[in-house]
Design a protein around this ligand. Structure first.
Ligand SMILES: [Mn+2]
Length: 422
C-alpha cells in the first residue's frame, strides 16, 4: 500500500491584475499541511509551476520554504518531489536541492548532459519508500522540457515532440532497470509539465509552451508500464486513459476564466502495483472571484444597476475581499465608464480587478477586450494571431507554409531568449 498526493501549478507569487495572492497561497498551504497530517501519505509530488515567475519575490520564496520546513517537521518520513514548470526558473528552483535532499525533499529542474553529450536519465529517478521502508515506487521526476532539453531524434517529423517522446522512452527504460534491482518490483509514477492533446486549456494563465499548435503530446508518450502519470501545466483538473494520466489542476483559480474549476489535490492509493483510488480533495476557496454579470456581458447602465445591488459580507478582512471582473457591452466610447463603475462600487468590500469591454467585433468569438485596467488581456493575444493579421493587411493574402515556418523559428528564438516567461 502506497499513498501519494499529487498537485501542481501553485504559481506562488502570482500578481493578479496587480493584486497580490499571498493570502490565498498561505491559506492553501495551511490547508495542505493539515490534509497531509490527517491523511499521512508516503509522498507528495508537485508537477511544476511552483512559482509564477522566473524571478519570484522574497515573500513567495519564503512562503515555499516555510511550508516545506513545517512539513518536514510534522511528517519527517514523507518524501516530496518538486519539478520545475514552464513558469519556473529551472536552475534557480533546483539550487537549494542539496540542502533540501537531507529533508527528504527532491527538486528537479534542469536536464544535464554529460561529457559524451548524453542526458543522464538517472537524475530523474526518485525511489519512494512506503511505511515498511521498502522502495514501493520510482518517480520519474521529469520537469518541463525545453526544445534544448530533449534528445536529438534522427528523421524526426517534429524534433521537439519526437524528442519529448524519446526522453520519456529513455527515462522509462532507466526506471525499469532500477526497478528490476528491487524485490518486490516497485511501481512507476511519471511526472510531466506538458500539454497532452485534447486537454482543456485556459488561455489566459497557462501560457502556451510552443506557439503554432505542435506543442501537445499524445497519451502514447507514456509507456503502459507507468502506473500513473502526474501532470501539471493545464490548470483544469482532467484525466486521460481511464484516469491513469491526470492533471491535478491548480489549487487556486489563476484567472477569471478558471473561477468555475474544481480546485483540488489528488490523493492516490496504490496497492499491488496498481492504482486503486484517486480521491479528489477539494481546496477551500479563500477568496471569491466574482463576475458581474455572472454570464456574458451587459450594457453599462444594467451593469451599474447590478453592481449597486451587490451585497457582500461586511465582516470580510481586506485580504478576503472578492476579486471582481466587470463585463460591459460596448455602446461606443465612454471615457467616464471606469469612474461610473468605481462609483457604483464605493464602500463595498470588493477589489475591482478587471473591466472587460465586449465590442461587436469580438462578440462572435466571445473574446473580450480590456479597457485601461487589465494587463492580462495582452497575454491573450497570441503572436501568431498578430503576425497573421499584420501579414494579411499588408499582402492581402495569408502567408504560405515557408513564411509560417520562418515565423515560428524566429518566435522560438525570441521566446527562448526571454527564458521561461514565455
Ligand atoms: Mn501553470
Amino acid at each position: 500500500m502506497l499513498k501519494v498526493f499529487h498537485t501542481a501549478d501553485w504559481h506562488l507569487g502570482q500578481s493578479f491584475c496587480g493584486f497580490d495572492r499571498d493570502f490565498e497561497h498561505a491559506q492553501f498551504l495551511e490547508w495542505l499541511l493539515a490534509s497531509l497530517e490527517s491523511h499521512q501519505p508516503d509522498a507528495m509530488i508537485v508537477s511544476g509551476d511552483i512559482f509564477d515567475t522566473i524571478n519570484p519575490s522574497a515573500v513567495s520564496q519564503k512562503r515555499l520554504y516555510d511550508f516545506l520546513s513545517k512539513v518536514s517537521r510534522v511528517l519527517p518520513e514523507m518524501q516530496i518531489v518538486l519539478t520545475a514548470g514552464n513558469h519556473d526558473a529551472a536552475a534557480r528552483l533546483e539550487a537549494p536541492a542539496p540542502l533540501l535532499c537531507s529533508m527528504n525533499i527532491h527538486v528537479v529542474g534542469t536536464v544535464v548532459w554529460n561529457d559524451q553529450n548524453e542526458i543522464e536519465y538517472d537524475k530523474f529517478l526518485i525511489p519512494i519508500r512506503n511505511k515498511q521502508s521498502e522502495v514501493a515506487a520510482i518517480v520519474l521526476a521529469v520537469p518541463f522540457l525545453r526544445p534544448s532539453d530533449v534528445p536529438y531524434v534522427q528523421d524526426a517529423s517534429d524534433p521537439y515532440l519526437d524528442g519529448i517522446n524519446e526522453f520519456y522512452r529513455k527515462v522509462t527504460e532507466a526506471a525499469l532497470k532500477l526497478a528490476s534491482q528491487h524485490s518486490p518490483s516497485p511501481l512507476l509514477i511519471a511526472m510531466g509539465h506538458c500539454h497532452v492533446s485534447g486537454g482543456d486549456e485556459s488561455r489566459d494563465s497557462e501560457r502556451r509552451i510552443i506557439i503554432g499548435g505542435s506543442e501537445s503530446i499524445g497519451v502514447g508518450t507514456f509507456n503502459p508500464e507507468i502506473v500513473y502519470v502526474a501532470l501539471g501545466h493545464l490548470h483544469k483538473n482532467q484525466s486521460f486513459d481511464q484516469g491513469r494520466i491526470r492533471y491535478s489542476g491548480s489549487p487556486i483559480p489563476l484567472s477569471f476564466a478558471e473561477s468555475h474549476y474544481r480546485h483540488q489535490v489528488i490523493k492516490l492509493t496504490f496497492s499491488d502495483n496498481a492504482l486503486v483510488t484517486a480521491e479528489e480533495l477539494l481546496v477551500p476557496r479563500a477568496v471569491q472571484l466574482l463576475k458581474v454579470p455572472a454570464k456574458s456581458c451587459d450594457v453599462l447602465s444594467e451593469v451599474i444597476h447590478q453592481l449597486e445591488a451587490l451585497s457582500i459580507d461586511e465582516s470580510l478582512t481586506p485580504e478576503q475581499y472578492p476579486f471582481l471582473e466587470v463585463r460591459v457591452r460596448e455602446e461606443g466610447p465612454d471615457p467616464a465608464r471606469r469612474r461610473k463603475i468605481e462609483q457604483a462600487l464605493e464602500g463595498k468590500p470588493l477589489r475591482l480587478a478587471s473591466i472587460k469591454v465586449e465590442t461587436p467585433r469580438s462578440q462572435a468569438d466571445t473574446d473580450l477586450l480590456d479597457t485601461d485596467l487589465d494587463q492580462n488581456a495582452l497575454d491573450w493575444i497570441q503572436p501568431e494571431e498578430v503576425f497573421l493579421g499584420a501579414y494579411e493587411q499588408k499582402y492581402e493574402s495569408p502567408p504560405d507554409a515557408s513564411v509560417m515556418k520562418a515565423f515560428h523559428e524566429v518566435l522560438q528564438i525570441v521566446l527562448h531568449s526571454e527564458g521561461t516567461e514565455s
